[in-house]
Design a binder for this molecule. Structure first.
Ligand code: HEM
Length: 524
C-alpha cells in the first residue's frame, strides 16, 4: 500500500469505499437492489447510469483527443439523440456528492462501477480519478436506432472501438433496462408525455442481473428485445449490430456467463477511461488500509488544543489478518511541535463499521483529546494491537508520520452559517487561530461557490477568494495564537459547500476541504 495521507483523492476514495454503514456515503443505495428505481414505474437507476456514461463517452474522437467521458452530456440534453429522462436523473442522484474534489465526470465513471457491482458483477473494475468536467456541449453523434450500420461502425471506430468492441459494448449495456414508451413511443407503445406512467419492454428476461441472457435469448430466437423484434425493422438496431459479423461476437458472448461478466467489466473499464487527451487519469484508487480523519484541531476556551478525529481500518480480511474490529485496539501517538514524540498515547473507541464494494469492510475508531497548546502538535503515528495475541503494528505514513499543523487552527465552533437568511443570503464567518510567528502573513479563504446554470441539471463551481482580517483577539495558554475572521455570505440554496484556508510564505500552510456547517440552534 503506497498510500500517503493526505491525498487529493481522499474524498473520491471515501465515496468509492464507504458505500453503506457508519459514515457511509451511500452512492450504491440507489442501485440496491439492481432493479431499484425509486418506486417510479419503469425506472432502473443502474441502467440509466450506464446508459448516461455511454452517451457521454461515445462522442470521443481518439485521433483528435476530444470528447469522451467528461460530463458534457448534461449540456446536450436538448439533442434528439439524448432524448430520455435517464441523463437528468443520473446527475440528480449524485449531485450531493459533486464537489471540487469529485467531478461530475468522475462520479459518472464511478456510477458504472457501482451499477455493475450492484447488479451482481463480481469482477473488480478499477476506478481511476481525474476526469475534468466539460463546461459546454461537445460534438453530437450518439448513434440512434435508425442510424445506418456503416455510420454506427464509423462512430465507434472514431471513438477507438472496433466492430467486435461495439457488439460487446452494446450487449453489455443492454443486459440491463429496456426501451421506454416515454422516450420511444414509436418502438414501445404507451404513454409518452407522462414520466410516471412509462411502459418499459426489457432487453432480456433478467433485467436485474449482469448476465448474458441478452445474447442467449437473441440467439435462441425467443427474445423480447424491442431493438431486435420491434415492428419497425429500420429501428431494430441491436439486431443489425449483433448480426453485423454474422453473429460471431454475440455467439461467443452467449457461450459462458462468467466470461461475459469478465468481458463486460473489461470493456466498461475502457468505456469509463475514454477521456479527452488533456485529462491524465490517476492510478487505480485502492481501498486505503489505514486512513485518519481529523475532525477537530482548535483552541478551546481553556486555552487547550482540542485534537479529535477518526481512524478507519480496513477489516476485509478479518481475523486471519489480525483485523477483527472487536479484537483490535487502535491508538494515536502524537509528536509535539518540536517533533519530539509525546509520552502519552491517545486511545480510540470503536464506533461502527462501513461496507464498500466487492465485500470490502472498514471499522471506525474515534478519538478526542485535549493537548497542551504550548507544546503543540506536528504529526502522529497510528498503532494497532490485536487484543488476543498482543500483536502490535505501527503505521507511520511511509516513515514521516501523519502530518498536522498547529500554525493554523480552524475554530469550528466559531465558524458557522446562520440559520436565518437575510435577503436570500445566510451569513457565514470562518474563524482561524494563527500562531503568532505567522500572524503577519496574509491568510485567505478559498470558497467554492456553486451556481445553478440556467436550464441545466449540472452545477458549476467558482472559487472565490476572501481575505481574513485580524480581530485583535488572542488565544491559547500563553496567548500564542491570533484570531482572524473572514465574514461572507452564502445563498440559501447553496449554503452547503466547501472551502480551504490558505496561508502562503515560509513553506505555506493550509487546511483543506472544510465543509460549511449550520450554526447550532439557539433555544429561546
Ligand atoms: C450504438 C448503439 C446503441 C443504440 C442505437 C442504443 C439504443 C438504445 C435505446 C433506443 C434505448 C431505449 C432508451 C429509452 O427508451 O429510454 C437504450 C437503452 C439502454 N441502452 Fe442503449 N443503445 C446503444 C448502445 C448502448 C451501449 C453501448 C450501452 C452501454 C454500454 C447502452 C446502454 C443502454 C442501457 C443500460 C439502456 C437501458 C436504459 C433504461 O432502461 O433506462 N446502449 N439504448
Amino acid at each position: 500500500d503506497d498510500y500517503i495521507w493526505p491525498s487529493r483523492y481522499d474524498e473520491l476514495e471515501d465515496i468509492l469505499s464507504l458505500q453503506s454503514g457508519y459514515l457511509g456515503r451511500n452512492f450504491s443505495s440507489a442501485v440496491t437492489p439492481c432493479t431499484q428505481g425509486g418506486n417510479i414505474k419503469g425506472r432502473q437507476n443502474a441502467a440509466e447510469w450506464i446508459r448516461s456514461a455511454f452517451h457521454d463517452m461515445i462522442t470521443h474522437d481518439s485521433s483528435l483527443g476530444t470528447g469522451g467521458l467528461d460530463g458534457s452530456i448534461w449540456f446536450e440534453l436538448d439533442r434528439a439523440e439524448n432524448g430520455a429522462l435517464a441523463f437528468e436523473n443520473t446527475f440528480n442522484f449524485f449531485a450531493y456528492l459533486h464537489s471540487l474534489r469529485a467531478s461530475a465526470a468522475d462520479l459518472l465513471a464511478m456510477s458504472v462501477i457501482i451499477s455493475h457491482s450492484g447488479c451482481s458483477g463480481t469482477t473488480r473494475i478499477p476506478f481511476r480519478a481525474g476526469r475534468v468536467d466539460a463546461r459546454a456541449a461537445g460534438p453530437a453523434g450518439v448513434p440512434e436506432t435508425d442510424t445506418p450500420l456503416g455510420a454506427m461502425l464509423e462512430r465507434f471506430a472514431t471513438a477507438g472501438y472496433s466492430q467486435e468492441d461495439m457488439i460487446t459494448l452494446v450487449a453489455c449495456g443492454h443486459t440491463l433496462g429496456g426501451v421506454h414508451s416515454h422516450d420511444h413511443p414509436d418502438i414501445v407503445p404507451g404513454e409518452s408525455g407522462n414520466r410516471y406512467n412509462d411502459t418499459v419492454v426489457k432487453f432480456d428476461t433478467t433485467d436485474g442481473k449482469f448476465d448474458n441472457a441478452v445474447a442467449v435469448e437473441y440467439l435462441s430466437d425467443n427474445t423480447q428485445n424491442p431493438l431486435v423484434v420491434g415492428k419497425n425493422e429500420t429501428k431494430n438496431s441491436d439486431k443489425w449490430i449483433f448480426s453485423s459479423d454474422n453473429n460471431a461476437t454475440i455467439s461467443r458472448l452467449a457461450e459462458d456467463n462468467a466470461e461475459f461478466e469478465k468481458t463486460c467489466a473489461k470493456i466498461f473499464e475502457r468505456m469509463i477511461d475514454t477521456v479527452p487527451s488533456t485529462v491524465e487519469l490517476s492510478q487505480p484508487i485502492e481501498p486505503t488500509d489505514i486512513k485518519p480523519y481529523i475532525t477537530d484541531l482548535y483552541l478551546n476556551d481553556n486555552g487547550k488544543l482540542v485534537f479529535a478525529g477518526r481512524i478507519r481500518v480496513r477489516t476485509t480480511e478479518g481475523a486471519a489478518a489480525g483485523r477483527l474490529a472487536s479484537d483490535l485496539d487502535v491508538q494515536v501517538h502524537h509528536a509535539v511541535r518540536s517533533k519530539r514524540w509525546s509520552c502519552a498515547r491517545i486511545n480510540t473507541t470503536y464506533a461502527g463499521d462501513a461496507q464498500g464494494l466487492y465485500g470490502e469492510t472498514f471499522a471506525w475508531y474515534e478519538f478526542g483529546m485535549e493537548l497542551n497548546a504550548t507544546k503543540g502538535i506536528s504529526k502522529f503515528n497510528i498503532e494497532t494491537t490485536v487484543r488476543t495475541t498482543g500483536e502490535r503494528i505501527l503505521y507511520d505514513n511511509g516513515g514521516e508520520g501523519y502530518p498536522v499543523t498547529d500554525e493554523l487552527l480552524y475554530q469550528r465552533a466559531d465558524s458557522c452559517v446562520a440559520r436565518q437568511a437575510v435577503n436570500g443570503t445566510r451569513a457565514m464567518e470562518a474563524t482561524v487561530a494563527v500562531r503568532k510567528d505567522r500572524a503577519s502573513l496574509p491568510l485567505r479563504l478559498e470558497l467554492a461557490r456553486y451556481t445553478k446554470m440556467t436550464g441545466l441539471v449540472v452545477r458549476e463551481w467558482e472559487v472565490e477568494t476572501i481575505p481574513f482580517e485580524k480581530t485583535g483577539e488572542t488565544r491559547g495558554e500563553d496567548d500564542d495564537w491570533v484570531i482572524f475572521k473572514a465574514p461572507t455570505g452564502l445563498k440559501t440554496a447553496s449554503w452547503l459547500t466547501w472551502f480551504d484556508i490558505i496561508q502562503d510564505g515560509n513553506d505555506g500552510s493550509r487546511i483543506e476541504f472544510l465543509k460549511t456547517e449550520a450554526c447550532p440552534r439557539t433555544s429561546s
